[in-house]
Design a protein around this ligand. Structure first.
Ligand SMILES: [Zn+2]
Length: 86
């Protein structure tokens, strides 16, 4: 009987994409999201705090500290201008 072992090194179709809530100045990773595989549908991802839909910022987004209000404003302005961190 051949036992089925989990395959190592097999690329995953998905990765973790950073989402952020500008209202709460928080960022989360969404499991099972993908920023390159378009077969993976984008799911709505409400903020756990305020339940507003979070914005999808991409894989390489690094959230500023919660108290860095000016930094968050910059990120929000970048997002509004179409910047993504894929
Ligand atoms: Zn929020």
């Amino acid at each position: 009987m051949a036992s089925e072992k989990p395959k190592r090194g097999v690329p995953h179709a998905t990765n973790k994409v950073h989402f952020a809530c500008f209202a709460c100045r928080k960022s989360f990773k969404q499991m099972g999201s993908s920023n390159w595989d378009h077969e993976v549908p984008q799911r709505p991802f409400p903020c756990p705090e305020c339940k507003r839909p979070m914005v999808r910022l991409g894989r390489y987004f690094k959230a500023p500290r919660k108290h860095a209000v000016r930094k968050w404003r910059e990120v929000e302005a970048l997002y509004a201008a179409g910047a993504r961190f894929d």
